[in-house]
Ligand binder design. Structure first.
Ligand code: SF4
Length: 360
């Protein structure tokens, strides 16, 4: 975990947030007080930021359309924002029309099986690989296990693109997927003495420890990867939610239903003591008429959720409550992953990323 530190709870007028006892219509109306515990870190991680920048800069440099294989990150708002700028999302390279083979195609942050860049080369496509460097690190960990003669166990969620990408780094049969402690208790392996494991980057830290313990109990010779596979961003966001959740009447996580790390944050909030926790993509999804007696709200965002939506949600509460924001900060993040050489000559401005970060 990068820059971990003791939790800090501050009461702060954040970004212009302050008590506002008037309705938007201007009349004096009684409002309940609401404290929002806003987690930090939250929202975009360095890998997501980089992936979005790659699409934005590719459109800037090469013009539209730029093809993107799979959702660049699991967030509808981000995908739609990029579509408006000229990105075309596809699931398979075969969807690129023959007369567009000169257009760039970007691979998503989740990583791709080795067959995908091979297919791109066979089709003579120009591709930009936005795989997060921390996902690439897991690919290398899996390949290292195999090079050392070990069968690889991948702890992760079946069907997630990152899992498909990691399994696709090795030949068929070289990797076995384990999702739960129950799976670990019954998994068959070819040789118990030659085993290694890696994990998906966005899992629950606590659940994964349980699965690893179960594997180590059954297979004492199993080897861990050289470094932690769950990434700093996943860990940091879970730690912040654990700090903020106890005693909250409701905990909201901004994120998409297909975002693994966002869904884990909902589970972490519930286990850490939030009375209930919900995943929402926009303020419009908040069940306003079912919030009940709300005094303390926890708020975080998954690694693929833009800050502009966090702002939207805080504003939506401000329109209904006298809001005080407390910051629950458990780490400072300074990670920044460099772009590929092809795009380093294009300037990235604040305005280019305002559609997700706000401001201009
Ligand atoms: S969640 Fe972690 S692994 Fe995934 S893109 Fe972000 S930093 Fe990379």
């Amino acid at each position: 975990m990068a820059g971990a530190q003791a939790a800090v709870l501050l009461t702060a007028p954040l970004g212009g947030l302050h008590l506002r006892p008037m309705t938007d219509a201007g009349d004096m109306t009684y409002r309940d007080d609401l404290t929002i515990r806003l987690c930090g870190p939250r929202g975009f991680c360095a890998g997501v930021d980089r992936a979005i920048q790659i699409v934005v800069l590719a459109i800037k440099k090469y013009g539209a359309p730029v093809y993107v294989r799979h959702e660049i990150v699991h967030n509808r708002y981000v995908v739609e924002g990029l579509q408006e700028r000229g990105a075309v999302f596809i699931e398979e390279l075969s969807e690129i029309p023959d007369d567009h083979r000169d257009r760039p195609v970007v691979f998503s942050a989740h990583g791709v099986p080795q067959s995908v860049p091979a297919d791109a080369q066979a089709r003579n496509l120009f591709y930009l690989d936005a795989t997060c460097p921390l996902v690439s690190k897991v690919h290398k960990q899996a390949m290292r296990h195999q090079r050392l003669g070990r069968h690889v166990i991948l702890i992760g969620h079946a069907g997630h693109p990152e899992v498909i990408g990691t399994m696709g780094q090795l030949p068929d049969g070289a990797v076995t997927l384990v999702e739960t402690e129950e799976d670990a208790a019954r998994v068959f392996v070819p040789n118990e003495q030659e085993l290694g494991f890696v994990t998906q980057t966005t899992l629950s830290v606590d659940d994964t420890e349980g699965v690893i313990r179960a594997l180590e109990a059954r297979f004492p010779a199993i080897r861990a990867p050289a470094a932690e596979s769950i990434c700093y961003a996943t860990t940091n966001r879970q730690v912040a939610v654990k700090e903020a959740a106890p005693g909250t009447d409701l905990f909201l996580v901004v994120g998409a239903p297909n975002s693994s790390n966002s869904r884990r944050l909902v589970e972490v909030a519930e286990r850490a003591g939030a009375k209930r926790a919900l995943l929402v993509q926009r303020a419009s999804e908040i069940p306003w008429d079912k919030l009940g007696d709300l005094r303390t709200l926890g708020l975080s965002a998954g690694a693929s959720a833009p800050e502009i939506i966090v702002d939207e949600i805080i504003e939506a509460f401000r329109a209904r409550y006298n809001v005080t924001v407390e910051l629950a900060i458990t780490a400072e993040e300074t990670e920044n992953f460099p772009l590929m050489r092809d795009l380093r000559d294009v300037e990235l401005t604040r305005a280019d990323m305002a559609f997700v970060n706000g401001g201009a």
